[in-house]
Design a protein around this ligand. Sequence first.
Ligand SMILES: [Zn+2]
Length: 340
Amino acid sequence: MGSQKRVNINCPICGENATKIMCLEADIIDCPICHEYTIGNGLKTPEFSEYDKSVLKTYCYRYMKSDGEHRPKPITKETKNEIINSINPPRTLIDKINFVIKYLADSTKFFGDTVEISRPHGHRLFFCKDEEELQNILEAIKQQGYITGNSVSTLDVIVTSQGLPSRKIVMTSKGLQYAETLFSRTNSTQCFVAMWFDESTQQLYERIQNAVTGNPKADKNSNGYGANYSIMKIDEKDHINYIPAEIISEIKRSKFMIADLSGYRGGVYYEAGFADGLGIPVILTCSKEWFEEHTDEHGNKFNGVHFDLKQKNILLWEENKLDEFQRKLVARIGEVVGFN
Ligand SMILES: [Zn+2]
């Protein structure tokens, strides 16, 4: 890295005062709100439209950590669109309204519970351009009778300073009922991924992600080729005795599941069985190596995929043939649930 030069700049994504740490290949931006992310410099400097900014603002605010963990690959001219597409933002304005309703319902822990949405950064939770857009959405939801609560009706709040009181929102029974229909599987566009999250499966996950979220109209040989669904993965510790509630509810909400059997993780088998029992289509995949009986470099013996599952149509992958795997997986998704 060598000596690093730090300069004060406005965050290219959100405009707040931030620090740029200049590095050879790409600069690191340290923004108090977006946290840390890496951005291409020189000829690789990306340009952001208003839409790009609202997507990345939400992504950085919600998913990045202040210690630089979960930093996405550098945002450059080349990677910008790929990163934005992989985030899967709401596609239409109605999707955006529904996204807010789902968040409110999800955050409601008991009937009458108050959900707080802070100012002036609350809009960053929902891919909104600014606080005014969020305010307009909340206003529309309130008119439907889905929410009640203070400060939702005050459109006159001009959001310029820190420390404004948060919005306090309560979902009505009508709102919760509506949210239930949004979560239901018939409307779902979600694919749940159950797999062994390990360094050795990192590339596999990227291909699964491409295959699920990519565009069916893209060139079949490109990375962007996919079935146009959203993806849900929950990084999990091995759970043997129970499935965490979060996983159960996300599986129930999913249109289909992709379960990769490599590594023989108990949790993956459990989740695949759980989904199967609910009638949710499960696409099984496995590395060729793990599928068969084998012995690793330490002399440990592995039995291969369980006999009962071997009878099923399992899509096998090899590390050096992941392009082919992605194409086949897209085709399989098409057969099982169709393209979205
Ligand atoms: Zn920022």
